[in-house]
Design a protein around this ligand. Structure first.
Ligand SMILES: *Cc1c(COP(=O)(O)O)cnc(C)c1O
Length: 368
């Protein structure tokens, strides 16, 4: 039998979450953001599942876009982080990749390029995040120059990105929205602002194009309960099995560094999952792990291939008992909190070593 650790990817939940995102703004266009291997879920499988529903996909860069083209995905792909040379621009044009432009260097490349056909361009505007985007006071001039170029196809969407949309009490999102709406009105341009938290929590941020990512994978972008976000269904269940069980006498320790000590005679289950599979090494003792359908607690340090779990108070544990590291029964956000990070990071860094198994949406496939 194969090592019993895998990420089960529920494509029916993915479709449910996309529909929920779309339902937040039924008259707008809802791009599905699938950068970073669809936040660890497998970009090709995710794109194939959502292609009948989504008008376009967001990826980080040219390489991610070309992987999807090679897999036969034909919908437009927006390069969210832009492009970094004039050669990339020509390749992007050939492959119907949409370009995010944010600076004059990219503008010059575009104006002086000889693409085989005009390219679709979005203009990124910096409304306060100060990471990417043309400065607010230069955006109008860049926009007008782009609009006059024969290398640019059709409408140019104005895009911006929020710094604090997951904090529903933080007024900075309103400041960013107002800055962007003033510009879009001046230029009479289509607009794109909302990521997942904005789409769920800031109705004023909904515009012509929305760009949800994280919510599609079924976790809330908020730290606390939220009426819309709570309807999301986790897509990934990271699961394994108990492969060894031992009784550890009081006073003995478990794992590297001997950091966990049994306060009483304890039952310790060993699970073949470690940081080499994407389980965070900085998850401390006490981090929840589901064993045999019940909440148990991590005991001692996470190793590369293995963890130990204190199952002293868990009923019916045997070799072969089911383990869930996160997923349908244990939110990835909760494990992330214990490990001092966010669910986005845990999902995105899942390594290729961990098998992905796809279920739901009328198909049953293994790795794509
Ligand atoms: C990643 C990304 C998104 C999606 O953000 P989520 O919080 O995952 O919904 C949207 N827009 C841009 C520009 C991004 O880089």
């Amino acid at each position: 039998m194969a090592r019993p650790s895998q990420a089960l990817i529920d494509l029916t939940a993915l479709v449910h979450n996309y529909r929920l995102a779309k339902g937040m703004a039924p008259d707008a266009s809802t791009m599905a953001v699938i950068k970073a291997n669809a936040y660890g879920h497998g970009a090709v499988a995710v794109a194939r599942t959502l292609e009948p529903l989504a008008p376009a996909f967001g990826v980080a860069c040219l390489e991610e876009g070309l992987l999807l083209r090679e897999a036969g995905i034909t919908k437009p792909l927006l390069l969210l982080d832009g492009f970094f040379s004039q050669e990339e621009l020509v390749v992007a044009a050939e492959n119907t990749l949409w370009l995010m432009i944010e600076n004059r260097r990219q503008l010059q490349w575009l104006l002086s390029a000889k693409p085989g056909k005009p390219v679709t361009v979005w203009l990124k505007v910096d409304t306060g995040m100060h990471r990417l985007g043309a400065p607010l006071d230069q955006a109008a001039s860049l926009y007008k120059t782009l609009r006059q170029s024969p290398n640019v196809a059709g409408d140019i969407v104005l895009a911006t990105h929020f710094a604090c949309a997951d904090e529903l009490e933080n007024d900075f999102t309103r400041v960013q929205i107002n800055r962007m709406k003033a510009l879009a009105t001046e230029l009479r341009a289509p607009l794109s602002m909302a990521n997942s938290p904005a789409l769920l929590g800031w109705p004023q941020a909904v515009s012509d194009w929305n760009r949800p990512g994280y919510m599609l994978y079924g976790s809330s972008p908020f730290a606390t309960s939220h009426p819309h976000a709570d309807k999301l269904m986790p897509v990934m269940t990271f699961q394994s099995q108990v492969i060894s069980l031992r009784t550890v006498p009081a006073g003995e320790t478990v794992g590297y560094g001997a950091t966990w000590r049994a306060e009483k005679t304890s039952l310790i289950a060993t699970v073949p999952v470690g940081y080499g599979d994407g389980y965070p090494r900085n998850a401390p003792s006490g981090t929840p792990v589901m064993v045999n359908g019940q909440r148990a607690r991590l005991a001692g340090r996470v190793s590369m291939d293995l963890i130990s779990v204190d199952v002293t108070d868990i009923h019916g544990v045997a070799i072969g008992s089911a383990v869930e590291l996160w997923g349908k029964n244990l939110p990835v956000n909760e494990v992330a909190l214990a490990a001092n990070t966010i669910g986005y990071e845990l999902l995105t860094r899942m390594p290729s070593r961990l098998r992905r198994v796809y279920v739901g949406d009328g198909r049953l496939t293994s790795d794509v």
